[in-house]
Design a protein around this ligand. Structure first.
Ligand SMILES: *[C@@H]1O[C@H](CO)[C@@H](O)[C@H](O)[C@H]1NC(C)=O
Ligand SMILES: *[C@@H]1O[C@H](CO)[C@@H](O)[C@H](O)[C@H]1NC(C)=O
Ligand SMILES: *[C@@H]1O[C@H](CO)[C@@H](O)[C@H](O)[C@H]1NC(C)=O
Ligand SMILES: *[C@@H]1O[C@H](CO)[C@@H](O)[C@H](O)[C@H]1NC(C)=O
Length: 506
């Protein structure tokens, strides 16, 4: 596979170069970083914008069982859709462990058959990390001692006036309302349950916690960004630019069941949300290209868009301040490895969690691409406010980038389906399909400083998987269900060197 892939990449790179197109193609599998635990030997490094980033291997693994019930009585699930470390909780203990609280945000509830009337919610989970750097293979049970997770509480989310949010497929539109200038949000058709109130419907995939307790979430349906109070009340809504809004025959249409004519593809909204706290810049990125940019086919959907808003004065105005094209990695068949989370580091550099859909709960047992990569927008063209905001002017028609635009530089970094690393924690890739198979749908990232004076740029990189609420004995909206399999909510922790991070940001 690697030789053929390498050749294909060379041909592709050469032909694009001839066309004068700037390309940043991730290394083929054979040249990709093979991660080795720092204790086990050489760490793996990559260079981007003259800085060296190091993958020191996996140091923790933990899970919340697929049938664990939260305080409402529902099975906890989907929690790896978005995670963040609660400000002020990260602590280095004297015995070499670390502890803190993770805030996790599920997407839209158990929806194997169809989207349901799931009220959006976030949970808090206490954790203790006891980093493991040995080479001896831990058993699956022993590995779970390296990252112990304990459920704490759940906060349900409401829109204005105490109305519950929903997870139903959006099949209606609410016009803009006073105090919510950018609102043209999606509502499920009435009536729902026993109320005649329209319900804002959310499929949440991104989470940013603010120091004042309020928080931002990003969603796939709109795709919109919402700010919530710590009590779970909607404060404000950010509507994305025109190029992203889903339209059918020119009209807004938020359904996730079919692709629109232009704008974000169905179920390919704002998977990624992150903040630069030093400049109060909030970034969101689409999972893959808009429809007009080639997003209706995995063979042409690699050129996704990243957006930036200034949120310094969130209650006054939230101006869009930047928009860039990010080239996602390709599989050996030339299909886009979609991006499920980004994390701002500093100096225009971000982490990007891009992957296939294979693994526990996925399409196949054998996962070929699950990575936390790096990209830089330092040299990329800012296309904000250009003709590309008009859906009639694609930035990458049929997946070919417009010559006037330089995309971000994207490089391969942490491969977390590396068998050596998985094996150290009792996990595996490929057959058999059992609880020790790595989950399919990893969708979130969080960072915390190691606090090692010898390595001041070292961070723990937390990753979590969305298990789609798959349990053989689950409960959804109070009703028992059997999804035919048990997919635990898996978490992994890596140790990495990230020289571009502004000290004190995490
Ligand atoms: C990297 O270093 C070279 C040589 O010092 C310099 O010309 C270039 O601007 C640097 N690039 C970045 C992105 O800092
Ligand atoms: C280490 O200290 C923390 C915090 O006091 C505690 O929760 C944890 O159980 C301790 N772990 C071990 C292995 O002693
Ligand atoms: C919320 O309540 C206020 C005041 O009671 C009312 O003016 C407004 O229309 C309500 N909003 C919604 C979305 O129902
Ligand atoms: C996954 O592994 C199981 C054995 O545990 C096997 O029965 C199944 O066919 C495999 N799935 C695929 C898609 O190959």
């Amino acid at each position: 596979m690697s030789t053929k892939f390498g050749l294909l990449l060379q041909v592709l790179t050469a032909s694009l170069a001839l066309l004068g197109v700037a390309v940043a193609v991730p290394a083929p599998a054979s040249k990709r970083a093979t991660s080795v635990a720092s204790a086990a030997g050489a760490a793996v490094s990559v260079t981007l914008d003259n800085l060296t980033y190091v993958n020191k291997g996996a140091v923790g693994f933990g899970l919340i069982p697929s049938d664990f019930k939260e305080s409402t009585g529902d099975t906890i699930g989907g929690i790896g859709s978005a995670i963040a470390i609660k400000p002020g909780t990260w602590k280095q203990n004297t015995n070499g462990t670390y502890s803190g609280t993770l805030v996790v945000h599920p997407d839209r509830g158990y929806n194997v058959e169809e989207p349901i009337d799931y009220q959006s919610r976030r949970h808090e989970i206490a954790f203790t990390l006891a980093p493991y750097t040995g080479t001896t293979k831990l058993t699956f049970a022993a590995a779970q001692q390296t990252l112990q997770l304990a459920y704490l509480n759940t906060v349900l989310e409401f829109e204005r006036n105490g109305t519950k949010t929903s997870g139903l497929d959006p099949n209606a539109i609410r016009p803009a309302q006073s105090g919510f200038p950018s609102v043209a949000s999606a509502d499920p058709q009435l009536p729902i349950a026993s109320t005649s109130e329209p319900h804002l419907t959310l499929d949440v995939e991104g989470l940013v916690l603010n120091a004042d307790g309020s928080y931002w979430i990003s969603d796939e349906y709109g795709p919109y960004i919402y700010r919530y109070s710590s009590a779970g009340q909607l404060l404000q809504t950010i509507q994305p630019p025109n190029a992203v809004l889903p339209r059918v025959s020119g009209n807004l249409d938020f359904t996730s069941l079919d692709d629109p004519d232009t704008g974000r593809a169905g179920n390919h909204g704002f998977e990624s949300l992150t903040i630069d706290p030093t400049t109060n810049t909030l970034y969101a990125m689409l999972q893959s290209a808009t429809i007009q940019d080639g997003g209706d086919d995995k063979g042409t959907s690699r050129y996704t868009r990243l957006f930036a808003w200034n949120v310094a004065n969130p209650t006054t105005s939230v101006p869009l301040i930047g928009e860039w094209v990010v080239p996602l990695p390709l599989s050996d068949k030339g299909n886009t490895e979609e991006c499920n989370e980004i994390k701002f580091l500093g100096a225009g550099v971000f982490l990007a969690l891009s992957r296939d859909g294979d693994g526990r709960g996925g399409d196949d047992n054998n996962s070929k691409y699950k990575q936390v990569d790096l990209f830089s927008i330092a040299k990329a063209t800012n296309i904000k406010g250009t003709k590309f905001d008009d859906p009639a002017n694609p930035v990458s028609p049929k997946g070919k980038l417009d010559k006037s635009v330089t995309a971000a530089t994207y490089v391969s970094f942490v491969n977390f389906v590396d068998s050596t690393q998985l094996g150290r924690f009792g996990l595996h890739n490929d057959d058999p399909d059992d609880v020790t198979l790595i989950d399919a749908k990893w969708e979130s990232l969080a960072l915390a400083p190691v606090g090692d004076a010898a390595y001041p740029n070292d961070y723990f990189l937390f990753l979590a998987a969305d298990n789609d609420f798959i349990s053989t004995h689950g409960v959804s909206l109070g009703v028992p269900f059997n999804a035919g399999s048990d997919v635990d909510n898996q978490f992994l922790v890596y140790r990495v060197t990230l020289p571009s991070v502004v000290k004190g940001t995490f």
